[in-house]
Design a protein around this ligand. Sequence first.
Ligand code: UD1
Length: 206
Amino acid sequence: VELDKGEFEPPCPRCGRPLTSALVGEDAMLDPRNAYATSKLAQEHLAASWATATSGRAIALRYHNVYGPRMPRDTPYAGVAAIFRSSLERGVAPRVFEDGAQRRDFIHVRDIAAANLAALTALADQRSASLRCYNVASGTPHTIGEMATALSAAYGAVIPIITGEYRLGDVRHVVADPAAAKRDLGFTAVVDFERGMQEFAEASLR
Ligand code: UD1
């Protein structure tokens, strides 16, 4: 009912007052909201079982919203960055759901590669048999509206449309604390949002 009225910001379930969002650490309560999120959490549990059973060492990287060159063209299974980039390629305006103020952490594919390298290097030094989990995020969230605007401006010609549509089960804001990956893996995202979007607009799709 609230969503149909255009009220997208979820209130506090206890007192009904507005919430302020904060960067979420790895030890926050786990609450997968859909089958895809549940399957990812199951992979972490499997890796933890494997580590226990074999005295193995494992690191799970929780990638946030990845973007960058060679994203797939026109697939409904892709994330919003590839969907918007594909729209621009077709000369069609990106369609921003809700009011465009929902936040995500966009992270460039080169930073993702660097995080993988950092994790592999850290694994070599990890003493105890265990699974450790890390956010891979820039720590600087942007709204979907901001992302659509930055990408469209970089591409040129088309202006995004805010549709007010919504997908049931979407989480309003997904924002992560990158501090643990910095502390333990020495990983920090370095690609600047505006510059990364410029490159993404100019690079070809796959
Ligand atoms: C991602 C996953 C999702 C998973 C979730 C939690 C993908 C494509 N999505 O969701 O399956 O459950 O992490 O693990 O892998 N949006 C638009 N216009 C569009 C498409 C999307 O405005 O055409 C908005 C969505 O409403 C959402 C935001 O963009 O607010 C991000 O959507 P999406 O890229 O699907 O990623 P997540 O929601 O982060």
